[in-house]
Design a protein around this ligand. Structure first.
Ligand code: NDP
Length: 289
């Protein structure tokens, strides 16, 4: 039986990071601009700490300046907003990322809105959501941007494809749908209230799954030959007490039907950091472009 082509996000991200490193080097040599990324972590959430550490390592590896700000979990909103303002004013900082989730006493929306939109390398600021919606240049959320790069790695022109995005969050579902629309796909956004989701997914040439439910999208929901981009990262408890990372798509079933598919791990995940570096580089280049 034929199996779907594996979309190797790890390899694609590595290649991109190499290119970003070369462009960073050229920017430093030709214009004396060293891209700088500031990452702010409030509290000690273990997963967030790992993400922040990895982002710092990747930033330095690309030849960029990395500024990590670790604040205690009882930091007040006012103090965090003060730090964001300092980073907005700091000419060495081209990109600012405040790691989510934030502790309860802090209103995440207020903090994200306080970031200078041109330094908002996560692309979550409402001004950048508006720019994306209206086709103006600006930072695009990293994971959605990575999804498009992966889809285009198997099919350079997505024009005319039926695309179904499952999930409508502000950080993944909605921006990825907008990007697919910009690529001239016919886009459907499905969510928890969608009726007969299986038949909606079945008409898609391109499926982006961003649900957060392990192996939720089954093989028999998939149109033969479709491209499957699985954003989900779920920890599945195994009988032997161990855990395994799985996506939102039942990979073993889907790979027998799909034309191409991203694995979890090793698909969308590695692209997110690559896109963060890409957004930081773009922000640093802005004065000369
Ligand atoms: P959210 O929880 O914010 O959104 C989940 C979406 O799935 C919602 O729109 C929800 O619908 C929809 N949904 C939930 N249940 C169903 C259902 N039964 N049928 C159809 N739709 C449903 O998640 P995120 O968008 O933040 O993340 C999605 C997944 O992607 C997670 O597994 C997350 O870990 C992963 N992720 C991976 C990243 C990466 O770097 N690879 C980065 C970011 C996220 P409704 O709106 O109606 O509630």
């Amino acid at each position: 039986m034929t199996q779907a082509q594996l979309i190797d996000g790890k390899a694609i991200a590595l290649q991109l990071r190499k290119k970003i490193g070369e462009e960073t080097d050229a920017l430093i040599k030709q214009h004396g601009i060293k891209p700088g990324l500031a990452v702010v972590l409030v509290g000690e959430d273990p997963a967030s700490s790992v993400y922040v550490r990895n982002k710092g390592i990747a930033t330095k590896k690309a030849g960029m300046e990395s500024f990590t700000h670790q604040l205690p979990s009882d930091t007040s909103q006012q103090d965090l907003l003060r730090l964001v303002e300092q980073l907005n004013q700091d000419a060495r900082v081209h990109g600012i990322l405040v790691q989510l989730p934030l502790p309860k006493q802090i209103d995440a929306d207020k903090v994200l809105c306080a970031i200078d939109p041109d330094k908002d390398v996560d692309g979550f600021h409402p001004i950048n959501a508006g720019r994306l919606m209206t086709g103006q240049p600006g930072p695009v959320p990293c994971t959605p941007k990575g999804c498009i790069v992966l889809a285009k790695s198997v099919r350079a022109d997505l024009t005319g494809l039926e695309a179904v995005v499952v999930g409508r969050s502000n950080i993944v579902g909605k921006p990825v749908a907008q990007l697919l629309l910009n690529e001239n796909c016919t886009v459907t956004i499905a969510h928890s209230r969608t009726k007969d989701l299986a038949s909606v997914v079945r008409r898609a040439d391109l499926v982006v799954a961003a649900v957060g439910l392990p192996q939720f999208i089954r093989g028999d929901w998939i149109k033969p030959g479709a491209c499957i981009i699985d954003v989900g990262i779920n920890r599945l408890e195994l009988e032997d007490g161990k855990t395994r990372l799985v996506g939102d798509v039942a990979f073993d079933e889907a790979r027998l039907v799909a034309g191409s598919i991203t694995p979890v791990p090793g698909g969308v995940g590695p692209m997110t950091i690559a896109m963060l570096l890409s957004n930081t580089l773009d922000a640093a280049k802005r004065p000369i472009t």
